[in-house]
Each structure stands twice: as structure tokens, then as C-alpha cells.
Design a protein around this ligand. Structure first.
Ligand code: SF4
Length: 291
């Protein structure tokens, strides 16, 4: 039976400012899940803290709104407990590349089968405009001093750490972003989709037009363009050449094996459906050991 986008919508009023880039990420995610024929009860979305973390309120699926920077370990737990679920994690650049960057490192290293969508607006929007890990050198707002730090380049960092799927999208291109999320979900392993998603309220510098200009050279990378998306060296060179300002599918490892398939003895049956009750014999043994 065909699944409609409407099935992934909720009744929640939106908390986001009109024009926020995160609306397009939400629409792309809902469309991608529906296009893949997934039903809401087969999807879990784990969201971090920040404006972007509100996305969990707007997608009709299992949802888990976790503490700051902790979306990935929670998502990994969900996936391991029920391998039949399609698991996504979502958050912002502050959540994922600041406080959560240690978890990102290990999610990549383990190759957990989770699609991580990061809404990168180069600012902390929820707390009204502080510099974030991806803010440019010299970036300044009413509440932040001029940044004297180099910005993080998440796609290049992820590739260096061994990520098996890396893509970048832009909120003004829902069609491309939908395709990237679909490909990320279908990928067997960890997929990072960094989305340039402007904050129209607290970032007057990195606007839609600003991003468009930055991305003007390479804004439609995909497999059909004839590029070999499995050539990691070429992908890294391209990111270095354009200082990370490209969008589309950057790299995909065709031989990726997800974490759960490498666990010796991991049951085919999801933990959520397994009988975990203690046998009388085992319970008696535990009780006798306590006495
Ligand atoms: Fe979006 Fe910025 Fe408003 Fe947050 S403050 S909802 S990031 S526009």
C-alpha cells in the first residue's frame, strides 16, 4: 500500500520562525520516508537539543528527544534493540559538531546503521545567536564577539574518520535533499547528511543567498553526473579544493557493513520482540546467591 507524506505529519504547531531552513528539512524527511514506503510505526527519530531538535515533534514516528549532543548514542541503542526499525537522528551544528562531536566520532567508527541529518546554520539559534562550531572566521552577532576560530568542516572530518556515506544538502532544494535522505536511509551503515539550513532570525550573515553563492560551483553532485562517488580520495580532494562548499552525494562506500552485522551472535530477532523474562530456574539461582 502506498504511503503518503500526510502519514508522517503531526498536529503539533510549529515552533520555528517563518522562513527557517528547518522547514525544508522536515518536508524532505517526510517525503523521503513516504517515498521509501516506510510506515510511521517502522521509523524512529531521535532528536537533539536546539531549534532543529524540535523536528521530532513534527514527524509522526517513534520519537525520542534527548539531552544535548546525545542523539547518536540513543539512536544506536534504539537500532540495536530493534533492528527492524529505520532509525534517524537529527540536530543542529552546535548539538552535533560541538557538544556531540565525540559521539559523532564513535558513531562513524562503529558504522551504526543510522541516518544523521544535521541542520547546519552556523549559529546557536535557540539561545539567540552565539558562534557555533561551523561559524566562519570573523563571524559576529549582537551577543558574540568576532570569531577567531577556524570553522569546522564536517563532511571532510567525517570522511577522515572513516564515514561510509557523506552528503550535503541545502534547504532551498527540497528535491535534492529528499533524494539524499532516501539514499542515506537505504545505505547500510552510518550516513551523515549535513544540510545548510539558514537561521533567518539570528544569523543575518549566512543567508539563503550567501549559501547559494558559496555553493555555486558544485551544487548537484550525484551518481548520474558520472562522478565516481565511491572514490574516497577524490571526494576528499574535492572538499579541500572547495573548502567544503559542495552539495549532493559526496561519498558512498559500496562495501559498507553496519555495526549490528558485525556483532558475533547478534540475534536476527529484535530485542523488542524477544522473550527476556527470567526462567524460574535462573530466578531461583539469583535469589539463592543473594542469601
Ligand atoms: Fe530557525 Fe533561527 Fe528561528 Fe531557530 S531562531 S527557528 S534556527 S530561524
Amino acid at each position: 500500500m502506498a504511503v503518503s507524506v500526510k502519514q508522517f505529519k503531526t498536529e503539533s504547531d510549529s515552533w520555528w520562525c517563518p522562513g527557517c531552513g528547518d522547514f525544508a528539512v522536515l518536508a524532505s524527511m517526510q517525503k523521503a520516508l513516504a517515498d521509501l514506503g516506510l510506515e510511521p510505526h517502522n521509523v524512529a527519530l531521535v532528536a537533539g537539543i536546539g531549534c532543529s531538535g524540535k523536528i521530532g515533534n513534527y514527524v509522526n514516528s517513534y520519537n525520542f528527544h534527548v539531552t544535548h549532543g546525545r542523539a547518536l548514542p540513543a539512536a544506536m541503542g534504539v537500532k540495536l534493540a530493534n533492528r527492524n526499525l529505520t532509525v534517524l537522528a537529527a540536530g543542529g551544528d552546535g548539538d552535533g559538531y560541538g557538544i556531540g562531536v565525540g559521539h559523532l566520532t564513535h558513531a562513524i567508527r562503529r558504522n551504526i546503521n543510522v541516518t544523521y541529518v544535521v541542520m547546519d546554520n552556523q549559529v546557536y539559534g535557540l539561545t539567540k545567536g552565539q558562534n557555533s562550531p561551523t561559524s566562519d572566521l570573523g563571524f559576529q552577532t549582537k551577543v558574540s564577539l568576532k570569531s577567531i576560530e577556524k570553522p569546522a568542516r564536517p563532511a571532510l572530518s567525517a570522511l577522515s574518520l572513516g564515514a561510509t556515506f557523506v552528503a550535503q544538502g541545502f534547504s532551498s532544494d527540497v528535491k535534492q535533499l529528499t533524494r539524499l535522505i532516501k539514499e542515506g536511509v537505504q545505505h547500510q551503515g552510518f550516513s551523515l547528511i549535513n544540510v545548510f539550513s539558514p537561521c533567518v532570525t539570528y544569523n543575518a550573515i549566512n543567508t539563503y543567498d550567501w549559501f547559494r553563492e558559496q555553493l555555486a560551483n558544485l551544487d548537484d553532485l550525484d551518481e548520474e553526473s558520472g562522478r565516481d562517488v565511491t572514490d574516497k580520495g577524490a571526494a576528499m580532494n574535492m572538499l579541500r579544493e572547495y573548502d567544503g562548499w559542495v552539495r549532493g552525494l559526496i561519498y558512498r562506500d559500496p562495501d559498507s557493513v553496519p555495526y549490528e552485522e558485525r556483532i558475533v551472535g547478534y540475534s536476527d530477532e529484535s530485542l523488542s520482540q524477544a522473550d527476556l523474562s527470567l526462567s524460574d530456574e535462573l530466578w531461583s539461582k539469583i535469589v539463592s546467591e543473594q542469601q
